[in-house]
Write a protein that binds this ligand. Structure first.
Ligand SMILES: Nc1ncnc2c1ncn2[C@@H]1O[C@H](COP(=O)(O)OP(=O)(O)OP(=O)(O)O)[C@@H](O)[C@H]1O
Ligand SMILES: O=C(O)C1=C[C@@H](O)[C@@H](O)[C@H](O)C1
Ligand SMILES: [Mg+2]
Length: 186
């Protein structure tokens, strides 16, 4: 059984916030892979980056994401960089994947004063966010089955949009299944 929905997108897009509220609305549990990494390792994400470096963080993340996709039936929020892993992208094929889109300007506003995101710390955060988006945008788009814009929309509005698109994706898939059943009936 695959998760009902998997949320992807860059830092600040709202994967944790929107994930929590979508899960509540669907009455299913939320699994946030960032929180799960911290729970299973007993360390914070900045500690893992500082002590062991990004490649080790990505290795742990890939495993936590694989376990979540294989066993969680609710909503899964992925860390912003999880889609950098080709194996993770392969595992997402066939799943309902919601890309929370956000502009660089709004992403920077939402992550601005927070220092718990190691990849945006130090140097010029705007330049870092732009570089990160240039590399990742095609990967988010390719992995997504649903896209929802979040700029200028309250969390409540984004949640409504996500739920509406999940509903219509479910309807499409039901219609497809009944067409397949009809055409396979002798
Ligand atoms: N639609 C929205 N409008 C305004 N603020 C929002 C919206 N969605 C989330 N936020 C705020 O933006 C900040 C970042 O949101 P959140 O932590 O959910 O992002 P994230 O995608 O999980 O980021 P990360 O990849 O770093 O885990 C939070 O302060 C949250 O309250
Ligand atoms: O964008 C990223 O690469 C990251 C985003 C966060 O969700 C965390 O997974 C971590 O800080 C790395
Ligand atoms: Mg988050």
């Amino acid at each position: 059984m695959t998760p009902r929905a998997i949320l992807i997108g860059p830092p600040g897009a709202g994967k944790s916030t929107i994930g929590r509220r979508v899960a509540q609305a669907l009455d299913v549990p939320l699994l946030d892979t960032d929180a799960e990494i911290e729970r299973t390792t007993g360390r914070t994400i900045p500690e893992i980056f500082t002590e062991d470096g990004e490649p080790e963080f990505r290795r742990i993340e890939e495993q936590v994401v694989a376990d979540a996709l294989a066993s969680h039936h609710g909503v899964v929020s992925l860390g912003g960089g999880a889609i950098l892993s080709e194996r993770t992208r392969e595992r997402l094929v066939g799943c309902t994947v919601v890309y929370l889109e956000i502009s660089v300007a709004e992403g920077l506003r939402r992550t601005g004063t927070n220092t718990t995101r190691p990849l945006l710390n130090g140097g010029d955060p705007a330049q870092k966010y732009r570089d990160l988006m240039r590399r990742r945008r095609p990967l988010y788009r390719k992995s997504a089955t649903i896209r929802v814009r979040t700029d200028g929309r309250s969390p409540g509005r984004v949640v409504q949009q996500v739920l509406a698109k999940l509903d219509s994706a479910q309807e499409d898939s039901n219609n497809m299944t009944s067409e397949e059943n009809r055409s396979s009936t002798p």
